[in-house]
Design a binder for this molecule. Structure first.
Ligand SMILES: [Zn+2]
Length: 508
């Protein structure tokens, strides 16, 4: 471990904000819970706190091919906010090869990584610290995963569409089936308003009902863990929808969810018991899978813009109007404000009111799961800290870097792995040279000689050897020296050299 890196690794220990504000995950509830639950882990400042991100990428830059490779990236949160999400801090741990997305079987691919993380948690890895000149046992904890919403379903092993599409609400997801648009939508935002709020009684603004329900309780991590205890995983099953996953997230979930039975049970939403539960600490993590703000804001603003601009992607079509007729509600169009990440509690209330307003004016077919997820963002920010440490932007950008490594389209994953390794080696060499070469070697070779105006003297870079010049070469060298010597400068000008003291007219 290099000296500079060593200082960076300690950043989190002395830089937590003391005033209750949040500017780094170090100020989040998750971080302090790790500290209080595992004080021994927290006492070693160099121990790593990691985040994992993965998403499918199409290596061939052709939009209509379905090739999907999943790089699994780790990021280290020990460092300062400016360094934390930089590309050089992102580690490529594995590549899940294409051509199809790993889908349910992702756990099989992740197994070696999870085993390494288990080792890093229980025993740690022997690391030499060049700063304190000692060997110590480096341990690591995985705090959460960062992915788009379908990716979240893959990593968490839960459903992300249909009646229990919300990974936070589970069986209390407020779904509604639109029989003409043939899709599930997620309304009922009014139940999150304070009990006496006037929107609750405004039946004519919404779906012709007075809202009596209150906000459902969120399942605790202990309950989820208990539910999944005996879950039987079924890997390698042929998935008929392989590769059908939409890259842009969940914009077009027009398909019926396939299995409709037993859908009110708590376990219905689980597809498998995620391999992350093999990590001994995973069940204690407050935020395990982040809802990605990048995809939510993209999909929500795309949908609102296309509905306002009446583009071809608009969800406001004849079928959605028929759904409105079916529900007996209004259909005026109006835009609302954007989200401000500060003042979380006030923001949450404001957001719910905004969503209620949207619900009031826009057709219900608009309200896919992407319009429901923002509700949980303030809770996740409370638990996990600022969103720009938990969103997918830096990882998506990094995937562009990985893509640039692909030169041989027959072996794209190998190109990426080798490109990454070469980059890592170069970074280590540079770091090594920065610190290992003594200062005097970096200075100019000729600086230790006093420059002389008449005699040009230098020092050979290599061992000197004798060369006999031809007459022409000698002539050229002689002229070169003359033309580059300070005392000749007045003579080397556009003017002719004065031959006598009598001034002559300059030739233009
Ligand atoms: Zn929810």
């Amino acid at each position: 471990m290099f000296r500079r890196m060593d200082e960076d690794m300690h950043w989190h220990f002395s830089n937590a904000a003391g005033d209750g504000t949040m500017r780094h995950p170090v100020d989040s509830l998750s971080w302090s819970q790790i500290n209080s639950r595992w004080p021994e882990f927290a006492s070693e400042q160099r121990n790593l706190r990691l985040g994992l991100s993965t998403d499918g990428m199409n290596l061939f830059s052709i939009q209509n091919t379905k090739y999907s490779t999943w790089p699994v990236l780790l990021v280290n949160y020990n460092m300062s906010p400016t360094l934390c999400m930089k590309a050089e801090n992102i580690m490529l741990t594995m590549l899940i090869p294409g051509p199809t997305a790993p889908s349910n079987d992702i756990d099989v691919y992740l197994q070696p990584l999870i085993e390494d993380l288990q080792d890093l948690w229980s025993e740690g890895s022997e690391v030499y610290d060049a700063f304190s000149k000692e060997t110590f046992s480096l341990r690591a904890i995985l705090m959460w995963t960062i992915s788009d919403y379908p990716g979240l379903g893959t990593l968490a092993g839960c459903k992300v569409k249909g009646k229990q599409a919300c990974n936070v609400c589970g069986k209390d997801t407020p779904f509604r089936w639109l029989k003409f648009s043939r899709k599930h939508v997620y309304l009922c935002n009014r139940r999150r308003l304070p009990p006496g709020h006037h929107y609750r009684r405004r039946w004519s603004w919404f779906d012709n009902t007075v809202e009596e329900d209150t906000m459902p309780r969120i399942q605790t991590r202990v309950e989820i863990c208990e539910q999944l205890k005996d879950f039987r995983n079924d890997f390698g099953k042929a998935l008929d929808k392989k590769g059908k996953r939409k890259r842009s997230g969940l914009c077009e979930d027009d398909e019926l969810s396939e299995d409709e039975h037993d859908e009110h049970s708590d376990t219905w939403r689980w597809k498998n018991r995620s391999i992350f539960y093999d990590l001994p600490y995973w069940k204690n993590m407050p935020v395990r899978h982040n809802i990605d703000v990048m995809h939510v804001e993209k999909n929500v603003s795309d949908a609102i813009l296309s509905i306002l601009m009446q583009s071809s992607k608009s969800k406001d079509d004849l079928k959605s109007r028929r759904d409105l007729e079916d529900m007996g509600i209004r259909k005026n169009l109006h835009a609302q404000r954007v989200i401000d990440p500060e003042k979380l509690v006030a923001l949450e209330t404001e957001l719910i009111e905004t969503l209620c307003q949207l619900e009031r004016f826009f057709p219900s077919s608009l309200f896919d799961i992407m319009f429901h997820l923002p509700i949980h963002l303030s809770r996740e920010t409370r638990l996990g800290g600022p969103v720009h440490f938990r969103w997918i932007y830096p990882f998506e950008r990094y995937m562009k870097t990985l893509k640039a490594f692909v030169k041989n389209f027959a072996r794209p994953e190998v190109c990426m792995a080798e490109g990454y390794m070469a980059g890592e080696c170069l970074a280590f060499c540079l770091e090594f040279l920065k610190t290992s070469a003594p200062d005097w070697e970096n200075t100019n070779c000729n600086e230790d000689r006093e420059p002389d105006e008449i005699v040009l003297e230098g020092r050979p870079i290599h061992k000197a050897k004798t060369v006999i010049l031809t007459e022409t070469e000698r002539e050229i060298a002689h002229r070169y020296v003359l033309m580059n010597t300070a005392m000749f400068t007045p003579y080397v000008s556009s003017r002719p050299i004065p031959v006598s003291s009598v001034s002559s007219r300059p030739i233009p």
